[in-house]
Design a binder for this molecule. Structure first.
Ligand SMILES: Cc1ncc(COP(=O)(O)O)c(C=O)c1O
Length: 422
């Protein structure tokens, strides 16, 4: 094939697509011994699933269904949903939004592609701008989204060891604001800041203070702050610590229906100033005409009638919060006398383990685990925009704990065994 620059960049094999192929093959295999702790799939929570299925049945027999499946929506996305969401957010947070502050697309992955390439890459004046991740590690899905080369730069975190004397060895990444400020000051080629909160892969939730400081820096440099809220408030609400959801016209807040258990309905949401939402609508128009209608249509009534947020508060959040406690308990038991640290579990559904004195890299651990049919994600993939060979990058792994206790225990025990043998 004689490919364009776009074609050759986007068809190039990369580490993460190889990893996702491994995970996909494992998921489709009939091998009963497979222990799947990789991937970002949410759990199927029976109570939540049955609410969505029953809502879908109601939608299918309603007069609306012809419109939902037969007509194109607005390029910014389904209007009824955007109005209902704007009203709900105003009710809860008093942000003064209307439907033109909200844009939809087919999953937030698609929204990030558009946002990153709107604010970074080759600029109209010939300069080249980058997206700055103020707190590495970050969501691996961002890594290959740039239309031009060298689009991402990240700041190494400060590492705080928590409760050094306690039995549970935990740590937390915090933003190194000196380094963020220095990068912004020295490099006028930053087009936007982006942070996931809760963070995939670590389960970190940056504090309100950290968020406010990033917001001030973004305003000072007149660049947007993109906050990826795929796991956060108000839905799905997978946050187990105090955190305030913040928005203003310089913040681009991204949300998703995926982690509610609706990943297949491919609905991503952007809340931003109207100029940005209009731009997203224009891009939708040329790329996809209009986003998928089914996800938004399914949830509009539940949003209006307050059922969705109740479901998140009463079922989704407690479900994952219980899983997080099980995960911490297993970690404390299995790694009690090992030099392994767990990132403080504050949100989402991932454990991030740091093997401080590891004799093998996380990639080697991944390969050895794969031979035993245990799948995790090796951590170096998440250090997007950190090009040096920082040792810490190769000492961490991500585990999805949205599974049953027996599977998680088997996986963690196999990890311990392999690290002991190394
Ligand atoms: C932090 C984060 N952002 C965005 C996404 C993409 O979600 P969506 O399914 O809405 O494209 C994911 C998916 O795993 C994620 O973990």
């Amino acid at each position: 094939m004689n490919l364009s620059k776009f074609g050759s960049k986007f068809t190039r094999p990369n580490g993460i697509s190889q990893l996702m192929t491994d995970l996909g093959n494992a998921k489709n295999s009939k091998n009963p011994d497979i222990i799947m702790l990789g991937g970002g799939n949410p759990a199927v929570i029976p109570e939540v699933n049955s609410v969505f299925v029953s809502e879908l049945q109601k939608l299918m027999t309603s007069t609306q269904i012809d419109k939902v499946i037969g007509l194109y929506d607005h390029p910014q996305g389904n209007e009824d949903f955007r109005v209902a969401l704007a009203n709900k957010l105003n009710e809860n947070y008093d942000w003064g939004l209307d439907k033109n502050n909200i844009g939809l697309s087919n999953g937030s992955q698609a929204n990030f592609f558009v946002l990153f390439n709107l604010f970074a890459g080759e600029m109209t004046d010939g300069s080249h701008k980058k997206i700055l991740f103020p707190l590495a590690p970050e969501y691996v899905g961002y890594a290959d989204q740039g239309l031009s080369e060298d689009m991402f730069i990240a700041i190494k975190p400060d590492i705080e060891i928590l409760d050094a004397d306690s039995k549970s060895k935990q740590f937390k990444y915090v933003v190194n604001f000196d380094a963020v400020a220095q990068t912004l000051a020295s490099d006028n080629a930053i087009g936007a800041l982006c942070v996931s909160r809760p963070t995939n892969p670590t389960g970190n939730v940056i504090t309100d203070e950290e968020l406010n400081q990033l917001d001030s820096l973004a305003q000072q440099y007149n660049i947007p702050l993109i906050v990826d809220n795929a796991y956060g408030h108000p839905f799905p609400g997978c946050i187990y610590t105090d955190a305030t959801l913040t928005w203003n016209s310089n913040i681009i807040l991204c949300m998703s229906l995926s982690k509610l258990g609706l990943a297949g309905l491919r609905t991503g949401i952007v809340i931003a100033n109207k100029e940005i939402i209009q731009a997203l609508g224009h891009i939708n128009g040329s790329m996809i005409l209009t986003p998928n209608s089914l996800g938004p249509s399914l949830l509009t009534r539940m949003l209006k009638d307050k059922e969705l947020l109740k479901l998140c508060k009463n079922v989704v959040k407690p479900y994952y919060s219980d899983k997080s406690q099980t995960a911490i308990g297993l970690f404390n038991e299995i790694f009690a006398d090992r030099s392994v640290y767990l990132h403080k579990v504050e949100g989402a559904f991932f454990m991030w383990l740091w093997f401080k004195d590891a004799k093998i890299t996380s990639e080697t651990l991944y390969q050895r685990l794969k031979e035993k049919y245990v799948y995790i994600i090796p951590g170096h993939n998440f250090f997007i925009g950190i090009d040096d060979d920082w040792q810490h990058k190769h000492q961490c792994i991500r585990i999805n704990y949205a599974t049953d206790e027996t599977t998680l225990r088997k996986g963690l025990e196999t990890i311990k065994l392999i690290m002991d043998e190394a």
